[in-house]
Design a protein around this ligand. Structure first.
Ligand code: GDG
Length: 462
């Protein structure tokens, strides 16, 4: 595929690339050349109409400015208080305001104009995530016929939840303007196709693509992965660091952004259930929950933080001993190498989202284990990762007894079974490694029906 790669994502990394997706996109941009466009983290009333250059690297990074009001309405508002809860089946938390939607569309239109000015005919555009759903439709309205791909990192919403969106009929039109709609799982693809099937404007062509008005979109799953070689290497040399006097014998680890989708209250309560039901009173399992702060300007995130402090206080108050604090709730971000070291040190990785696009922590935990003496992954069946990771102990996080039972089983699991389950999970993690994911996505995008050749394709499929 000739032409530059134009990547659009909400955040553009500053400094050296780190983290799987960032490195993978960085590598793809290095290989092909191109531009990485994202929002400037500093809101400003100045310079709203320009993309400014960041850094001096073989490809360009360009940041677009948001005013404080736009950041509030487009980012905290429509993206994180409307789309995020809808996609994660938390419609009770949705906050609809007309200015949210207006600024979401305005920011996307401004971005589309800025991108269109700079596009060459062979360039390929790859848009990431729910902040930019209408971008392709807007680029098309400006006459752009380049290949444009979209990848949704979060779950595709249920059709009934979609109806809660203001002007729900826009959603299908936004997505149909892309050449390739990439989703995390086969379940997501099924929900997207259900949406198109229910829409009288959509028609299924014989090759499985969807024709919607004058557009043809391919819908497919691309389960995202991690840089497993790098994590395995880090885990071999990483040091979990000191624990203080109470060095846990049985360590259960959780590491999540502090988000209401991650099922953290359920995780804490299930751990409390485990402590309550202990037969061996000398057993002293410790749950270490690292929760990196996230979106503190949205009320639902402040609420969940307060809830977690209350639950962890109650559980510790009930079960702590002089030399043992069963639940350690660390509400801050931990250095990457140390986090990987803690994962390797842990007997159990506990991942309990109520809804999650993929969940990379589950994959990182597997990659961080010593294959000859691995820990056990306890994984919510509502994480995208559960669709393929059948070697994990799959749980329903709403069922506290089931989760407590799975942790108990994991802590007592014989070495043979641990090795077998870990090998099964590691094979899945390696198959979906991030470099393969990027290549697969871009190759599929290159093979999609180009927007210009529409009438010929229609004739062939009729
Ligand atoms: C979205 C989707 C999808 C966590 N705490 C610390 C830390 N982390 C790192 C983890 C992991 C990343 O953050 C979190 O990734 P997840 O996939 O678990 O979750 P989201 O942030 O919600 O990501 C998700 C993903 O996009 C990719 O498509 O899988 O479903 O929601 O890498 O290790 N990293 C450091 N310190 C921490 O304290 N350094």
């Amino acid at each position: 595929m000739a032409g530059r790669l134009i990547v659009i994502s909400n955040r553009i990394p500053t400094g050296d690339p780190s983290g799987g997706l960032v490195v993978a996109l960085h590598d793809a941009l290095l290989a092909r050349g191109g531009v990485w466009v994202g929002a400037d983290p500093d809101p400003s009333e100045e310079g709203r109409e320009c993309l400014h250059e960041l850094g001096d690297i073989p490809y360009r990074k360009r940041a677009f400015r948001l005013s404080k009001t736009e950041r509030q309405n487009y980012y905290s508002g429509f993206a994180n208080s409307v789309l995020w809860p809808i996609c994660h089946r938390r419609t009770d938390l949705i906050e609809i305001k007309s200015e949210y939607r207006a600024d979401y569309l305005a920011v996307n239109l401004r971005l589309a104009r800025l991108i269109a000015q700079d596009l060459a005919p062979q360039d390929v555009v790859w848009v990431h995530d729910y902040h930019f759903l209408p971008l392709a439709m807007m680029l098309r309205s400006l006459g752009v016929t380049n290949r444009i791909g979209f990848f949704l990192h979060i779950p595709f919403p249920n059709i009934t939840d979609l109806a809660i969106l203001p002007r729900p009929e826009d959603f299908a039109r936004w997505l149909a303007s892309y050449n390739l709609l990439g989703l995390q799982t086969r379940g997501d693809v099924a929900r997207a196709l259900e949406m198109f099937r229910a829409d009288p404007r959509a028609e299924f062509l014989r090759d499985g693509t969807v024709k919607f008005d004058e557009h043809i979109v391919t819908v497919a799953s691309f389960p995202i992965g991690i840089d497993c070689d790098q994590i395995e290497a880090t885990a071999r040399r990483a040091d979990p660091g000191p624990f203080g006097a109470a060095n846990p014998r049985e360590l259960i680890i959780g590491a999540d952004r502090l988000d209401y989708t991650k099922g953290l209250p359920h995780k804490f309560e299930a751990f409390g259930r485990l402590l309550q039901g202990r037969v061996d009173r000398d057993a002293r399992p410790t749950l270490l929950q690292i929760a990196s702060p996230s979106r503190a300007d949205v009320a639902a995130y402040r609420q969940i933080t307060n809830d977690l402090q209350a639950i962890s206080g109650r559980i510790n108050g009930q079960y702590s001993e002089l030399d043992w604090q069963p639940l350690r709730f660390v509400h801050r971000s931990v250095a990457r190498d140390r986090l990987i070291g803690l994962m390797r040190r842990a007997e159990v990785g506990l991942v309990t989202p109520l809804a999650d696009g993929m969940n990379l922590v589950a994959k990182e935990f597997v990659a961080a284990q010593a294959p000859d003496n691995p820990g056990v992954l306890v994984l919510s069946r509502f994480a995208g990762a559960a669709e393929d990771m059948k070697g994990a102990l799959l749980i329903n996080p709403h069922d506290l007894d089931e989760t407590a039972g799975a942790i108990d089983y994991a802590l007592a699991m014989p070495l043979d079974e641990r090795r077998k389950r870990h090998a099964d999970c590691l094979a899945v993690v390696r198959d979906s490694r991030i470099s393969v994911w990027t290549d697969r996505y871009l190759a599929r995008l290159a093979s999609c029906v180009p927007t210009l050749a529409l009438s010929r394709h229609q004739a062939a499929s009729a």
